[in-house]
Design a protein around this ligand. Structure first.
Ligand SMILES: [Cu+2]
Length: 154
């Protein structure tokens, strides 16, 4: 019987533990149970429309301008050089992302009903610098106010 010895190549690909970048500067008090490092969920639920908001210095560009009543997830990306955030204000109250550093993105969920909403950046003075826009939810065409005319039946 002939035995063939196969040489197993043992690849020791262990890179040097490059764990130098372990969270430096975590000094300070113990934050409660909620750390702020939760990544935003990318999965969009069924029936939820995703709207992208491009935040720059100092402008907000939305991926869509017309809205129907329903549930939306606004995904704001800060493409500027300052901190920005996205706030949606309307009859349903205020909804906003956290303040986003340049390059960061965040989401805010909101249920839009018919009406007008103001969308702006709540960071100091940015609204007045131009980071604001308005959206109208529902039919923007002429209001259909058909008041039924009751003819006098008697
Ligand atoms: Cu801003």
């Amino acid at each position: 019987m002939t035995r063939t010895l196969t040489r197993n190549r043992v690849v020791l690909g262990l890179a040097a533990g490059a764990l130098a970048g372990v969270l430096a500067g975590c000094g300070g008090g113990n934050g409660g149970g909620s750390t702020t490092s939760t990544p935003p969920k990318k999965s969009v639920e069924p029936g939820v429309t995703q709207v992208n908001a491009d935040l720059t210095d100092f402008h907000i560009a939305l991926s869509q301008k017309t809205f129907k009543p329903g549930s939306y997830t606004f995904v704001a990306t800060n493409n500027g050089h300052h901190d920005h955030a996205l706030e949606i204000e309307g009859s349903a109250g205020e909804h906003r992302t956290k303040t986003l550093a340049p390059g960061a993105s965040g989401t805010v969920k909101v249920t839009l009903k018919s009406g007008t909403y103001e969308i702006y950046c709540p960071v100091d003075g940015h609204k007045d610098l131009g980071m604001k826009t308005k959206i109208t939810v529902g039919g923007s065409s002429a209001p259909v106010n058909k008041t039924p005319q009751n003819s006098n039946g008697y």
